[in-house]
Design a protein around this ligand. Sequence first.
Ligand SMILES: Nc1nc2c(c(=O)[nH]1)N[C@H]1C(S)=C(S)[C@@H](COP(=O)(O)O)O[C@H]1N2
Ligand SMILES: [Mo]
Length: 555
Amino acid sequence: MQAPRYTATRVIRLAAQQRSRVQVRRFAKFATPIKSRPLRLSGPSIAFVLAGASVLAAGVSFCSSLRADDGSLSHRDRDLRDPTLPRFRLSDIRKHHGKSGSPWVTRGDKVYNITDWVAAHPGGEVILEAAGGSIDPYWDIFTIHKTAHIYEILEQYRIGFVHSDDLVDGKPVVQEIEDPFQHDPLRSSRLRTITAKPCNAETSTDDLSNNSITPNELFYVRNHMWVPKIEEQKFTLEVELLDGTTTQYTMQDLRDKFKPIKVSATLQCAGNRRNDMTMHAQQTNGLQWKVGAISTAVWEGVRLSDVLIDAGFPVQQAMQGHTEANHIQFSGSEAYGASIPIESALNPYGDVMLAHTMNGEPLPRDHGFPLRAIVPGHVAARSVKWLKRITVSDEESHAQWQRRDYKSFGPNETHPDWDKASSIQEMPITSAITNAKVEDQKMLLEGYAYSGGGRKIVRVDVSTDNGDTWDQAALLDDEMLSLGRKSWTWTRWRYKSTFNVARLDKQDTACSMVVVKATDEAYNSQPESHKSIYNARGNLANAWHRLKVCSDCNG
Ligand SMILES: Nc1nc2c(c(=O)[nH]1)N[C@H]1C(S)=C(S)[C@@H](COP(=O)(O)O)O[C@H]1N2
Ligand SMILES: [Mo]
């Protein structure tokens, strides 16, 4: 009997499925019995690297150095490696697969027993899909995870070496795996690329300054994995209710059955301005975004609540609090998942939507073609792209992006209790300077301010002397930014100094520290320092934005 051959993407999709009971059962259906497991290394999962790596990374200090190597085998007959550690055959290692109860992985010629790691990290179970094989080919692709601290953690679980009879030139023969990024779209060279695979690229300060609605090709891209290839004709969205009943919708169904809506909304990554926190507090663990992990578009699609009603969910009743449902879970087509609280999902003023159109165009592939969730006013991590499935549930999504990331902790909490912390949902207030120059001896500043929850920006305060004295920036109006039932977008602002910058020189300094902070309609304002809100993951870095501006330098 031939076992189903897993492609990398299939395994990952399975691995990342949320673990509600129904889904666990569905998952079990795909489990390959060990004997018929195909020999090619198709089982290990990229999700291991992604999930494992970031879980492992949690609370671990950053720049640790790589361990010295134990020396590798140069000839299969002469095994010079540490003789005190046992050797294992690949055929035996394969028995330590995800369902074996004692999962192992290999890296190079080394063998690791990750059983204890898994036991200590509830929610990190996706790691099990890597078990029984090598993680190397995936780490080669996901260079982003090839960091010293992750190697070092893995080292703690080493139990021995791959047997020399299974090594060629000192390494187990690792099957070539298809580069899942090979079909990613081309991106504008105007984006500031942080990592190419997966694509993480921010909008440039010029493009932030010049556009109130960000053109699609300049909209920041934040992908945890590859961009899935989806044919609109073959695409269906599945909606599952609490009792397990499901309804399918094609894109045509969504267009034909539901009233279209148009909402302008800003998306901002929880990691926006993380680099600022690194610079002003200490090293943070994550993509070092500057001020451009934020962009704004006009989204068109249908209301989530309309679709839920059609699928049979008693929305009216739920809005009166009569429901067991607490969360709406979203699953992406690659592996990503997240959820939002039921009250966000059903709020008639919340404008939560399933979007197929971005600035008048079909969603670009990078931004979720053919369908994504847009959850205005919430951290962009909840606006799941390539949306495949909506699950009404009594609990939050089990995806690691819900449970093991996108949370924030106190400055001292290096080993945080992830289960206790709340997921980031509505965003706090922030602001940034995107352009600073001196023109005719006046200082000219431009930037944005944004607050979550639909809270309008009511004021932007600017200081050109590091916070000693303050003035107000002009808030720019733009009717394209007001589509929707609340204030879902950034407010762009501009400031021109009333004094001549020559004054700066007279003070015996050619430069001044410019500071901006914003206030929203709930009179929330930003914290003064990044130190006070430091967290190892560098999430929600929303302290006053400071920028040194010099009279002899433009920008
Ligand atoms: N399916 C899927 N949805 C996703 C992500 C992802 O990697 N996969 N990234 C999330 C995060 S963290 C952010 S910040 C936004 C980024 O959206 P954008 O790439 O359209 O700017 O998408 C969110 N939705
Ligand atoms: Mo994000």
